[in-house]
Design a protein around this ligand. Structure first.
Ligand code: ZN
Length: 250
């Protein structure tokens, strides 16, 4: 695959989208293209599908920012009451964040830190917070701190059982290792296009575990995307906080 700058040149982007179908009902789209038959798909890990056709709408083929799109029924995620279609573009990134939190395998009482205050970082913090965990987030910009406060998420202090990397940078990785407790886990939600150095000594002396996380899966027959939609529907403050501007397609 010729993966560059977030997508393949020549395609119309848009993997975070929602809309109204011809039946009048509103849906978000789970844009993963998978075979459903390989060993990974059978276990629900459709994001790890090994088939040739595996990919994502809007990254490897035309989608959400086209004037109109057709997607298979199986990709539709019905919007629960409380989530407006105007806000439902967040279902996809919230699912990425939700999957990352699930990959952290949190147990009650654990403390979580997030490094990086972009939309994925804020959504991950909000997801962990709504699951009842004590969460703090390290951000770079003032508007991100204001957003974090609205989501009832504080600034890091001390060490954490789990640190979510939502910065995708070398200094971010170093900060994750610093914030993790001995024996802690670091979940890599940040996207690295190239080789990056892990903070060797810091990770070694703490025996950190690094966990990759991509996209969203199914577990016990439940889609991460459905749970993320429910999270957004149940907590309207999340969309009100993370969506800051709206622009027409043109
Ligand atoms: Zn497959």
């Amino acid at each position: 695959m010729n993966f560059a700058a977030g997508g393949v040149q020549g395609y119309t982007y848009g993997h975070e989208f929602a809309g109204t179908a011809t039946d009048g009902r509103c849906y978000a789209v789970e844009p993963t293209v998978y075979c459903g038959e390989c060993a990974q798909c059978r276990l629900g890990h459709v994001q790890r599908c090994i088939a040739q056709e595996h990919g994502t709408l809007g990254i490897f083929r035309d989608d959400g920012m086209c004037d109109a799109v057709t997607v298979p029924l199986s990709m539709l995620v019905p919007l629960p009451a409380g989530l407006h279609v105007r806000d439902a573009c967040l279902v996809e990134p919230a699912s990425v964040a939700w999957h990352g939190i699930r990959r952290a395998a949190l147990v009650p009482g654990e403390r979580v830190a997030v490094v990086g205050g972009g939309s994925i970082g804020l959504l991950a913090a909000a997801a962990a917070r709504q699951e009842g965990f004590d969460v703090d987030i390290e951000v770079r910009h003032k508007h991100q701190r204001i957003a974090a406060e609205r989501l009832e998420v504080g600034s890091p202090e001390g060490i954490y059982d789990v640190v979510i990397d939502a910065a995708g940078s070398e200094p971010g990785l170093a900060r994750c290792a610093e914030l993790a407790r001995p024996g802690g886990r670091v979940v890599l939600l940040g996207v690295y296009q190239h080789t990056v150095p892990l903070p060797g000594v810091a990770g070694l002396v703490k025996e950190l575990t690094y966990v990759h996380s991509i996209a969203y899966s199914r577990h016990d027959g439940i889609r991460d995307t459905e749970q993320a939609a429910a999270l957004l529907a149940g907590h309207p403050t999340i969309a009100e906080t993370v969506i800051t501007h709206r622009f027409p397609l043109d």
